[in-house]
Design a binder for this molecule. Structure first.
Ligand code: PMP
Ligand code: GLN
Length: 380
């Protein structure tokens, strides 16, 4: 048996969701919304299911979706993308897997920024490569380009950037991204840019796609997820935009991961990407309203929160809230004793983990948020 898997822990999202289900707790752990995505997206997929879209589509994705993705990039990000430079995958997770397996050779190094999404390091290791961690510091989570530069060695091939950053809910500024881009160019690195939260930004922030910065289109592999864009996390439709020399090997890796993604869901997403901008704004505003509601009640209850600039998440600073218990033991106790599930931030670290931060998902209905906040207030 491959020792990577023989000894691997269950993903923190699955672990916490299982515990939450067993305890009947409110699940503010795993990031999924209480609401379904826009009706026209679901209607388009349902119509396609009934209408005979049930056989293998082309491995790179249906032309209708690849074209819609290219148009989406022009409309929202001002990026000129050819449909041929798009690969449709089964969620961002498969996109990350295909990219990491295709781009890294055994013995290469990949730089990962902590806190980091839990899939990155196992995939880098599966490629036979070595993850090198650079740790960003709360509460600002500044993109520390000097620290990244110090971690670069002769075998460094890619750096993985997640913007907006899950779980820290940080949106990097254009200036930070420009410094990061300059570093990638200076060291001839590929940027694997996980931008699944590209539409979930708050307070007037605008997403700056890394590929749009000068000199970056030719070295950026951009990963997106319809699950996050349309609040349909179970759909697992994702995609990659990358230059042909990078997309070619990634497409070959994708052939032997999932090969294709269900065509009816692809057509639903294609319809969704063509919806008016107001629909996207409405989804963002709903999340921002939920963030403010949960943040307000938790602040009133004496919890100290870190700012949430994007994503479905906000972080509670336990130490600043006067709580000395470590993040994981508190999360387990909150489920068992108070009926609320959260994710300990230490799960997003392999080294130097802080033990005083927990992540809450606020993409929930008002009544659920209020009930959860009441329970958390009583847990203090
Ligand atoms: N990357 C990040 C940063 C995520 O937060 C997630 C899930 N929320 C994914 C990748 C995986 O996305 P998908 O469900 O489309 O596989
Ligand atoms: N991305 C979601 C989160 O951060 C969950 C993903 C998963 O369950 N693997 O909560």
């Amino acid at each position: 048996m491959n020792p990577l898997y023989a000894n691997m822990r269950t993903s923190i999202f699955e672990e916490i969701s299982l515990l939450a289900r067993a305890a009947g707790a409110i699940n503010l752990g795993q990031g999924f919304p209480d609401w379904d995505g826009p009706l026209p997206v679901r209607e388009a997929a349902a119509a396609a299911l009934i209408d005979g879209q049930n056989q293998y589509p082309p491995s790179s994705g249906l032309p209708a979706l690849r074209t819609a993705i290219a148009e989406h990039h022009a409309r929202f990000h001002g990026l000129a993308v050819e449909p041929e430079h798009v690969l449709v995958t089964s969620g961002a997770t498969e996109a990350l897997a295909a990219a990491i397996l295709a781009l890294l050779e055994p013995g290469d190094e990949a730089i990962l920024l902590q806190p980091c999404y839990d899939a990155y390091a196992p995939l880098v290791r599966r490629a036979g490569a070595v993850p090198c961690f650079v740790t960003l510091q709360p509460p600002g989570w500044r993109l520390d380009v000097n620290a990244i530069e110090r971690a670069i060695g002769p075998r460094t091939r890619i750096v993985i950037l997640n913007n907006p950053l899950n779980p820290a809910a940080r949106v990097f500024t254009r200036a930070e991204l420009e410094a990061f881009a300059a570093l990638c160019i200076r060291h001839d690195l590929i940027a694997l840019c996980d931008e699944v939260w590209e539409h979930v930004l708050f307070d007037g922030r605008v997403h700056v796609p890394l590929a749009g910065l000068p000199g970056m289109a030719e070295r950026t592999v951009k990963v997106s997820s319809a699950g996050k864009i349309f609040s349909m996390t179970g759909w697992k439709v994702g995609w990659i935009v990358a230059p042909p020399d990078l997309l070619g090997p990634i497409t070959r890796a994708h052939q032997y991961l999932t090969f294709v993604t269900p065509p009816a869901l692809q057509l639903g997403v294609a319809a969704g990407l063509a919806l008016p901008g107001a629909v996207f704004a409405e989804m963002r505003d709903r999340c921002a309203g939920a963030r403010d509601r949960l943040a307000g009640t938790l602040t009133d209850a004496g919890y100290a929160l870190l700012p949430s600039e994007g994503s479905y998440f906000l972080c509670v600073d336990l130490a600043a809230s006067g709580i000395s218990e470590d993040d994981r033991s508190l999360c387990l106790r909150l489920i068992a004793d108070h009926g609320v599930a959260a994710i300990p931030l230490s799960a997003f670290y392999e080294q130097d983990a802080p033990r005083q931060l927990i992540r809450l998902c606020f993409a929930k209905d008002d009544a659920i948020l209020d009930e959860a906040a009441g329970r958390l207030a009583r847990a203090r």
